[in-house]
Write a protein that binds this ligand. Structure first.
Ligand code: CSD
Ligand code: FE2
Length: 213
């Protein structure tokens, strides 16, 4: 198992030196990526008929081993979290591995896409959801406050509001897998719930396909 103490961040950084392993080393991820385009196509059809979301079903079936994702796991203690590209077709989806430092969080943000799926792979993350006040349409208030442990799945889209995600642990690292359909390059960011006008954040990757960009 990966050690999750911050004093071991350096040893985790050693993984950066590991060459991207071959596709044969990641069978569960490969199977997921093989079935993903069909699930994306089916999703709109199934949802409009009131059936289950095929992408969530695919995530529920996904049982990743650490060896499936370790090559995408890159830590940087100077950032709240790193965004590591696992796979994309540049058109319908982007799959990212996020590595969260202890006690760090994303700012409140939107997701300008059809949907965002997140699966916790290691540790625990905290999600706060917000909606704009119906009174002044400016400030936000929190509608949900949840903890997600390893294995749990979160689904989010803009019609559900905005969110902020973080690693609540004082000393454990957290790793999450995020799917965005379709990919996007900018999103809105709010520093806090009082900020009425968002800033525009550019989406960037810390690594792509296991290598530093
Ligand atoms: N949506 C965020 C991660 S999270 O806070 O949901 C991102 O892609 O950076
Ligand atoms: Fe998010």
């Amino acid at each position: 198992m990966l050690s999750t103490s911050p004093r071991d961040v350096q040893s985790l950084l050693e993984h950066d030196k590991i060459d991207a392993s071959s596709k044969e080393d990641t069978p569960f991820l490969n199977e997921f990526l093989r079935d993903l385009p069909f699930a994306i196509c089916q999703r709109k059809k199934e949802l409009s008929r009131g059936f289950k979301d095929p992408i969530s079903e695919l995530f529920r079936k996904l049982h990743l081993h650490q060896s499936d994702w370790i090559k995408y796991c890159h830590w940087d203690s100077s950032r709240p979290y790193t965004r590591n590209l696992v796979a994309t077709d540049h058109e319908t989806y982007t799959l990212l591995l996020l590595c969260w430092n202890p006690g760090q969080a994303s700012p409140i943000h939107d997701h300008p896409c059809d949907g965002c799926w997140m699966r916790v792979l290691q540790g625990c993350v905290h999600e706060e959801r917000f909606v704009k006040s119906v009174v002044d349409h400016r400030t936000m208030h929190c509608t949900r406050n949840e903890l997600y442990s390893a294995g749990e799945l979160l689904y989010m889209e803009d019609s559900m509001g905005y969110h902020r995600v973080g690693n609540p642990s004082a000393d454990e690292l957290a790793v999450t897998l995020h799917l965005y359909c379709p990919p996007y390059h900018q999103c809105k960011i709010w520093a806090d719930i009082e900020q009425s006008e968002p800033m525009i954040g550019q989406i960037s990757h810390y690594t792509e396909y296991g290598r530093k960009v």
